[in-house]
Design a protein around this ligand. Sequence first.
Ligand code: SF4
Length: 197
Amino acid sequence: MRTPAAFEPAGKPPRSRDRFALRFWAIRKSAAMERLYDRLERTLVFLAPVFTAIGWERLERPVAGIEKMVKGALFDCRMCGQCALSSTGMSCPMNCPKGLRNGPCGGVRANGNCEVYADMPCVWVKAYEGSRTMAAGEAINLPQPAVDHRLKGRSSWLAVARAKSGYDARMEAARLAAQNAAKAASKSASKPGGAKA
Ligand code: SF4
């Protein structure tokens, strides 16, 4: 049986039921996955200056391709571009057929299965189970922001490296400085006796 999720980027076909096993294995190994991801994240942040030199946009496609392959196999990743796995017990919330990012709906069955797909365990029941063995498991209680669909298909790994290396903050500061300089220039040009074209 094909099991569609609410979030189906182009080129990402719904998984068949027999693929649940790998996803659930990764959730059972959530503590090991968390340690593995921490190492990967530290490496990516360390390499941020190299990525800046190469160009983040140039890296987007190849890195997103690798991310899709690895996380697609392990977590049934839907490439939402704003990964929440570290906060959801390594259970990808985008596999919820309703696309819920902040806990289960009210329809979870008595056996812990999904309201929509009776033969599939609820991704949020699995998320809670996975979070119990993780060092940062309590992050499951933090609210997740609404999904930004503009990020669909983009690499979460690169996004985290950009944010945690301070690259995003530096770019934002530079953007604001340029904006303020432009405002100051236009103000002084509009004053009597100001700069003339
Ligand atoms: S939360 Fe998003 S990026 Fe993370 S595994 Fe799920 S679809 Fe992929």
